[in-house]
Design a protein around this ligand. Structure first.
Ligand code: HEM
Length: 235
């Protein structure tokens, strides 16, 4: 209870740095010091570049947190709850895909100033994307075990959607996830081509290699099932 004064109502009660509980809880002091100060920037677009990358890493961290829990839930038989978490991860990925548009707003010539200070930094070392690979495979394994336990193939789940409602919903959420990863990659290649053209990346990787990754599927069986359904329908 407060005595009704504004001071009491807004006074911080949490431990930590900052004038308010908002700052203390969110640790805004540390968070907002994670970008280069203007005086140290090689180009002012470094703030934009760092903001997009850092927030991408945060959303990826969250998506992987959800996906790992989803894999665990599938193992425990809580398929519907797992599906809900995969849906959140998909939404997170779509947020970081959309924000790539911010990088289109850099000038390719001026971006070269930013590029000079990246050292050997490469997206292949993104902790978020390294973790994405691990948890995506983990969920794939949990799904396969769930299919084996139920004694069904993906095709049967899709043909008998109502009977296997939970597995069907999970399979569709996982298809969303796999598709979202491809959509991110496609959008990323567009930014890369727009900023640096068709040259060799910071770790000597040709941009062409990024294009090849576009066809990668983490859950190939969930895409193949559609081909089999079309063939079975004979249309
Ligand atoms: C101006 C913007 C960007 C440029 C020019 C760019 C450039 C590149 C290049 C050239 C590569 C190939 C590897 C290398 O040689 O470094 C790459 C890979 C990669 N980049 Fe970027 N990038 C940009 C923005 C981003 C952002 C915002 C992210 C988000 C975390 C990101 C994540 C990745 C990842 C994960 C890879 C590995 C390839 C893959 O898994 O598809 N990049 N990037």
């Amino acid at each position: 209870m407060t005595d009704g004064t504004a001071d009491d109502h807004f006074a911080p009660i949490l431990e930590g740095v900052g004038q308010s509980d908002y700052e203390r809880y969110l640790r805004t002091d540390e968070l907002l010091s994670l970008q280069k100060p203007a005086a140290e920037m090689a180009h002012r677009d470094e703030l934009l570049f760092q903001t997009v990358h850092q927030s991408s890493e945060l959303w990826l961290k969250h998506a992987c947190f959800e996906l790992e829990a989803a894999a665990q839930l599938v193992g425990d038989g809580s398929i519907a709850e797992a599906t809900r978490l995969v849906g959140r991860a998909v939404l997170g990925l779509s947020l970081i895909t959309d924000q790539l548009a911010m990088l289109d707003r850099m000038s390719p010539w001026e971006y070269q100033e930013v590029r000079k200070v990246l050292g050997h930094g490469s997206g292949f070392d993104s902790p978020g994307f390294v973790e994405v690979k691990r948890v995506t495979l983990l969920l794939g394994q949990a799904f396969q075990t769930a299919l084996d336990t139920a004694g069904v193939s993906p095709e049967r789940v899709y043909r008998q959607r109502v009977e296997y409602g939970d597995l069907y919903a999970l399979a569709e959420a996982m298809t969303d996830w796999d598709g979202s990863l491809r959509a991110w990659r496609y959008r990323h290649v567009l930014v890369v081509e727009r900023m640096i053209g068709d040259v060799v990346g910071t770790q000597g990787t040709p941009v062409d290699q990024l294009r090849k990754l576009l066809s990668h599927r983490y859950y190939p069986e969930l895409w193949q099932v559609r081909t089999r359904l079309t063939e079975a329908a004979g249309t």
